[in-house]
Ligand binder design. Structure first.
Ligand code: FCB
Length: 448
């Protein structure tokens, strides 16, 4: 099947996504406070290659060139995140004007070039000052987050109309406050449950403030989705699959849609009631304009009584003999189609935008060329599945590739290259990969 931009219709929104900590660098420049990732990466044992995002792509310095790259690649929408401690170094209170000015310049540069900016408020870099007070486990986060949202909305809302409140709460809460392999490195159910509940409440808080503060804005939140299959048809495997489905897919959408927490399918969640105040149930739902759906792969789950709470484990793709990306994630394009259907089946989501999809491969630069046919195949196959869902009537209105530039991939450091553009981390030079040229060609196609 040949894929054409026109198949998606003239209003479909194409873009790329990035995140502040992964690309900006300049971690202490011009009044910025430290984030939990600045602190977490100080212990090199936390990151696969012992690296950190102190410099990363130095997008802070090179943002103009990076916006020019977007222009060169015909990319009309750019989703980036704001570093909370760059604009509020202590998390609340005093505003760092130089941080505000940076994002203002970035937004203006986008607009000058005819590129529509999309802001993610929270892509994982909590001000460390707040973490010292308990971070997401402290209920005060509701006020801190409200203040941060207001500062961002008031300063950028005149020019930015597309907003996302959180990026993948299931990931930053699960990996940061239960398993401990992401910042701030906290573990256990007693950290997980309050952090999870507060993040759920913050989705609604952020959404409400955006709608009140930014006239005509479109507000959403970005949720990770992963198709979960059971290893066998045995009841135990199927129940384990259901528990993983709760953790990966249901925990942050169902409260938002007014369905409460899916305690029936996951006993361990019952204790969340201990973190809830009387009116919380009422404040969890929020009617977002759209949901940002993010998908990279599917997982297969097998019952295992030794694993606490989930009582199951993921059967890794490498042990299943399937084709994988550099992350060891199975290449399974139908997952994005199935997840669009799964969330659409709630019957309550008005609009979907695929706010992340992409793949890392061990790209090699030969002379100035980076030939990455696997990425092109990956993207095409996933775009076809998005189109299939759209043609079946699901209101999916956009597709954003993760990501523009190779960058700091969290616990994987610089070992994973997800970009349409190759970054040389020694001198920060950028080189457009073949996939970048391919996407530019695809986007250049004129609608009839
Ligand atoms: C997503 C994150 C993004 C990036 C990609 C590969 O889960 O939102 O920052 O790390 O995975």
């Amino acid at each position: 099947m040949s894929l054409n931009k026109t198949d998606f219709g003239p209003d479909f929104q194409w873009g790329v996504s990035t995140a502040a900590y992964q690309i900006e660098g300049a971690y202490k420049k011009r009044g910025k406070g430290l984030s939990i990732w600045d602190v977490f990466t100080q212990n090199s044992a936390n990151i696969k290659d012992g690296s950190n995002g102190n410099k990363s792509c130095n997008h802070y310095k090179h943002y103009k060139k990076d916006i020019d790259l977007l222009k060169k690649l015909n990319i009309p929408n750019y989703r980036f995140s704001i570093s909370w401690p760059r604009i509020l170094p202590s998390g609340f209170g005093e505003v760092n004007q130089r941080g505000i000015d940076f994002y203002s310049r970035l937004i203006d540069r986008c607009l000058d070039k005819g590129i529509t900016p999309w802001i993610t408020l929270y892509h994982w870099d909590l001000p460390n000052e707040l973490e010292l007070k308990g971070g997401w486990t402290n209920r005060d986060i509701l006020n801190w987050f409200a203040e941060y949202t207001e500062v961002a909305a008031k300063n950028f809302g005149d020019r930015v109309k597309n907003w996302l409140v959180l990026n993948e709460p299931a990931t930053f809460i699960g990996a940061g406050y239960f398993l401990g392999y992401h910042a701030p490195g906290k573990k256990g159910i007693n950290n997980f449950l309050p952090a999870m509940h507060h993040a759920n409440l913050c989705q609604g808080i952020g959404g409400r403030i955006l709608k009140e503060t930014v006239p005509f804005c479109k507000a959403g939140t970005a949720l990770s989705t992963t198709q979960i299959d059971s290893h066998s048809a045995s009841i135990k495997d199927v129940q384990a699959k259901n528990r993983f489905d709760v953790i990966f897919n249901r925990l942050f959408i169902e409260p938002l849609l007014g369905l409460g927490y899916p305690v029936k399918d996951f006993d361990a969640l019952k204790k969340v009631s201990q973190c809830m105040l009387q009116n919380d149930e009422k404040h969890l739902p929020f009617d977002f304009d759209f949901i940002g759906l993010q998908n990279y792969t599917r997982e297969v789950v097998k019952y295992n009584p030794l694993i606490p709470y989930a009582k199951g484990r993921i059967v890794e793709a490498k042990d299943r003999n399937v084709e994988c990306t550099g992350m060891g994630w199975e290449i399974y394009p139908e997952a994005i189609y199935n997840m669009l259907h799964k969330l659409n089946a709630y019957g309550k989501i008005k609009e979907f935008v695929v706010t992340e999809n992409g793949a890392s491969f061990p790209d090699i630069k030969v002379e100035k060329k980076i030939n990455d046919p696997q990425r092109i195949e990956f993207l095409k196959a996933h775009m076809e599945q998005v189109l299939r869902a759209k043609n079946e009537g699901i209101n999916v209105t956009g597709y954003f590739i993760w990501t523009l530039l190779d960058n700091f991939e969290w616990a994987e450091g610089y070992t994973q290259r997800f970009g349409l553009v190759y970054t040389n981390f020694k001198n920060r030079k950028r080189y457009i990969k073949e996939s970048g040229y391919w996407f530019a060609g695809f986007l250049a196609e004129k609608s009839e």
